[in-house]
Design a protein around this ligand. Sequence first.
Ligand code: PEP
Length: 258
Amino acid sequence: MTPDQRRPYIAGNWKMFKTAGQAREYAQKLLARLPMGNGVELAICPPFTALAATLEGLGGSEVKVLAQNMHQDAEGAYTGEVSAPMLVELGVHGTLLGHSERRQYFNETDRALQDKVPAALEAGLEPMLCVGETEEEREAGETQRKLRHQVQEALERVPEERLADVVIAYEPIWAIGTGHVATPEMAQDAIGFIRALVGDRSKDAADRVRVLYGGSVKPGNAAEILAQPDIDGALVGGASLDPDGLAEIVKAAAALVK
Ligand code: PEP
């Protein structure tokens, strides 16, 4: 298990920010700032309405575009939802699943994720599964119990040979949008634990699966987090809204590849 077997991965989650027009402008600026041949995989996660414009703006580059959510069924009477085939038709590469804001405000459940993760894979989308504990759970010593439950349940219906195609983002809820970044040691411990959980299903998948850290990652703190042995990248919220900030984080990841 070496870092060069797992390509570093940075993903920017725009949440409910940016119109299609703003997305086009952002894409141009980002491409102009990215170091060429940097060895880092990069994805942007815009709102549904800006997916097509972001894809168009990034056209011809290697930057991937992920949705922020997806329904588990291919079609149906689910007003307001979007399915995997709809995303695939647009040219979207994957989707965030189980982001804590979806769990907290929109009742996303581990039970639904058990269907969503394999549905994304079967449709040809890369699922980026988000997991993480609340501050109360951490203080009560419940972090591992929570992560075990979230990871095992969401991956239960993923066949062993597809486990390493899931990207997992460890995002402690107390660190998201708060400016309270986890220490590199805390993030390494939790991510090492998540990798071991995947290892309970398949040792090979545990070596290959990419596990990212998310929670107040910024250009100034990215390098020390990304230097941890089990941390394969970062899911970046607020700091990704500025193409300069995201490009700086990509540079921090690229510096560790060399
Ligand atoms: C996120 O939205 O997944 C996130 C980690 O946000 P922030 O970087 O703003 O904490």
